[in-house]
Design a protein around this ligand. Structure first.
Ligand code: FAD
Length: 434
């Protein structure tokens, strides 16, 4: 008879240390087999050089090596989760499946189906909070409804923060409970239809940035932010560790940025419709112009607005864009060009290494004015003033727009004052009738 085991299913928590679900699996009383599934439902929609797939792949290979040091291994599968799970149950005697909560709409549906399937097979399915400090119903207004404005959300988030929520899960104490196994195969990127991306990935070395973060974070030429988004997205950094580091460095502004991430996750959890529809529904009455050649010029960084073009070229070439510039380019697309925020959101989702559905939708709806805690619609960023304030020596612009200041550089795609008046009229008309 096969020996009963527990399986820990890695998804967006790709680390052995301080991992809630992995910790509980290791303490389950059964030997633990770690698993990762390259999910065809997700991968089939991505281009073959998607850099995030390369990042995941490299991380998975590292995890395998780590586990092998403990005489265990990582079972890596490629396919649709439903099918993979049927295969696994044929190969192993599974007592329980452990994993961490995942809050995006696709993940919720997948996990609901998994729970149903495993329960029907009499297998326990146990999931834990791991990627946030506070989740779902933990930060609510007095009347138990979710906050839709950041400041009071953060007040409660911060007041509730204590070492109970930020302490690390000591997984390393229990590695002896891993299932002994070796030489489990790893499918190649090529077999899964991908090629290795040429982009490089940000290192996890953010501590030196925390002291100067508040002073430097708004100036794109200084690169004063930490670039941890990718690591939080895929769990190569524990949010508990990030929060502990923020507290230790007394970096309150950075701490509040980590809370913005959770605020947007809370919004997506409580209002899943906002992933595709405007949070303020009347904004879906706006008559977007959606001009395709203007959209192309924006994507390629050829609008003739240097700060916008610098941002888009940084994104295209590195998979990352500075937050201040994300706001400027998003405002420009939705307001100056009157292109639907969903077009920009989709483009960012394809290109950003740190793409996070909740923050991306949140950021775009904030810029368009349609979001829960958005800039008022009549606030139209002036790219020239933004440049004077945040890139006064044009260093960021010159770094990314090499032909800036020469005849080769594009003429402005639209005149600022004209565009401003146009958007105010169109938005006012849409919103007046609601
Ligand atoms: C239009 C638009 C789209 C965006 N899309 C994304 C996205 O897909 N993924 C994403 O993680 N962030 C997104 N942001 C938020 C923000 O721009 C990035 O988190 C930040 O630029 C990432 O760089 P960093 O890791 O150096 O951040 P730091 O400034 O060092 O902040 C540390 C971490 O805090 C979180 N954070 C910081 N600012 C925000 C914010 N405004 N909202 C939510 N979380 C925040 C992120 O996890 C970030 O990695 C978007 C913002 C806008 C305006």
């Amino acid at each position: 008879m096969k020996k009963a085991i527990s399986i820990f299913w890695f998804r967006r928590d790709l680390r052995l240390t301080d991992n809630a679900g992995f910790y509980h699996a290791l303490k389950s009383g059964h030997p633990v087999l770690p698993l990762f599934i390259f999910d065809k439902n997700i991968l089939d929609k991505l281009p073959e050089d998607d850099a995030r797939v390369t990042f995941i792949y490299q991380t998975i290979a590292d995890l395998k090596k780590e586990l092998q040091k403990h005489d265990s291994d990582l079972l890596v599968k490629y396919g649709k989760p439903e099918k993979i799970w049927s295969e696994i149950l044929g190969d192993y005697e599974v007592a329980a499946v452990y994993t961490n909560h995942d809050y995006e709409p696709y993940a919720r549906e997948r996990d609901d189906n998994m729970a149903e399937f495993l329960t029907s097979e009499k297998i326990a399915f146990k999931t834990y909070k791991d990627q946030v400090i506070f989740e779902k119903g933990e930060i609510l207004k007095a009347d138990k409804t979710p906050y839709t404005v950041f400041t009071p959300f953060y007040k409660q988030w911060h007041a509730k923060l204590n070492p109970f929520y930020t302490k690390a899960y000591p997984t390393q104490k229990y590695y002896k409970n891993l299932l002994p196994c070796k030489d489990l195969p790893l499918p190649s990127l090529k077999e899964m239809g991908f090629e290795k991306s040429k982009l490089s990935f940000p290192k996890l070395s953010y501590k030196s940035k925390l002291d100067s973060y508040a002073k430097e974070r708004d100036f794109p030429a200084l690169d004063g932010t930490t670039h941890i988004g990718l690591h939080l997205r895929f769990g190569t950094l524990s949010i508990r560790k990030a929060v502990r580091d923020a507290i230790e460095a007394k970096s309150n502004i950075w701490l509040s940025e980590l809370a913005w991430r959770e605020f947007y996750m809370s919004i997506l959890w409580h209002f899943p419709y906002s992933a595709a529809d405007s949070f303020k529904k009347q904004y879906d009455k706006i008559k977007w112009r959606n001009n395709e050649s203007e959209f192309k010029a924006w994507c390629e960084g050829n609008t003739g607005y240097p700060i916008v073009d610098a941002g888009m070229r940084q994104l295209n070439q590195t998979g990352w864009m500075h937050n201040r510039v994300r706001m400027v380019v998003a405002s420009f697309l939705t307001k100056h060009l009157l292109i639907d925020w969903r077009w920009g959101e989709t483009y960012f989702a394809e290109k950003l290494l740190d793409y996070e559905m909740a923050s991306n939708v949140g950021g775009w709806q904030w810029a368009a004015g349609s979001g829960n805690d958005a800039a008022p619609y009549f606030r139209v960023f002036n790219p020239e003033l933004q440049t004077k304030k945040f890139d006064p020596k044009l260093e960021y612009i010159k770094k990314w727009v090499l032909e800036f200041g020469t005849k080769k550089y594009a003429q402005p795609i639209v005149e600022h004052t004209f565009a401003r008046e146009r958007v105010l009229k169109v938005f006012k008309e849409a919103l007046a009738n609601s």
